[in-house]
Design a protein around this ligand. Structure first.
Ligand SMILES: CC(C)(COP(=O)(O)OP(=O)(O)OC[C@H]1O[C@@H](n2cnc3c(N)ncnc32)[C@H](O)[C@@H]1OP(=O)(O)O)[C@@H](O)C(=O)NCCC(=O)NCCS
Length: 173
């Protein structure tokens, strides 16, 4: 499995993984109609925009299987709200269901943390839906729950929690 930095030409493949993984991950957390309405085209436009407006400290990495198909991605950069304690943020990490629990998530999050370190950022946080099993992924890598907030997704109100590392070099990388 290869992990490499993504670019604009990856937008369609990343969009497909994004939508497919949302549908499997959130099937018990979000309304079925909302998930059915997600579209590859809309996500692709979103990713084209992201790649076109990439700030200096924002980046995306993809994981490719042995035949070059993108099966997961992670994106990160500077924390988006100006948090005083945590300077870096993992914005998103999604792996297709068939490729989960094979160590790929750990490799991707650690790649993001290492990239932040290159910019002297050693603290990081990530927001995750409270009921998402991914919480246990972050806990297993030493993330501490530091915050929570309500978010509206589709038509439902959900709780998101923030997991954070004061120093990603302890446990994550
Ligand atoms: C969450 C996710 C990125 C983790 O990546 P992964 O490749 O599946 O995880 P890894 O194989 O690297 O797991 C490392 C450790 O984390 C823990 N872990 C990972 N997923 C877990 C889960 N669903 N439940 C409990 N523990 C989990 C385990 O301790 C695991 O080690 P083990 O498999 O030896 O027990 C991936 O499962 C995924 O894309 N899930 C769907 C999308 C999602 O929820 N994204 C996060 C949105 S904030």
């Amino acid at each position: 499995m290869l992990i490499r930095e993504a670019n604009l030409t990856d937008a369609p493949a990343i969009a497909k993984v994004h939508v497919d993984a949302w549908r499997t991950t959130y099937r018990n957390l979000m309304p079925a109609e909302f998930l059915a309405d997600l579209s590859y085209e809309a996500r692709e436009k979103m990713w084209i925009k992201i790649f076109s407006n990439m700030a200096e400290f924002n980046f995306t990495y993809v994981a490719e299987n042995e035949i070059g198909q993108i099966v997961g991605f992670a994106s990160g950069g500077q924390e988006r709200t100006g948090d005083r304690l945590y300077q870096g943020e993992l914005y998103a990490i999604y792996i297709l269901e068939n490729y989960q629990r094979q160590g790929l998530g750990h490799r991707l999050i650690s790649t993001v943390a290492k990239r932040l370190l290159q910019s002297d950022i050693s603290s990081m946080l990530v927001w995750v839906l409270a009921d998402n099993p991914a919480s246990r992924f972050y806990q297993s890598l030493g993330g501490q729950q530091v915050n929570q907030k309500q978010v509206e997704i589709g038509t439902v109100q959900l709780v998101e929690v923030a997991y954070a590392w004061t120093d990603t070099r302890t446990g994550l990388i």
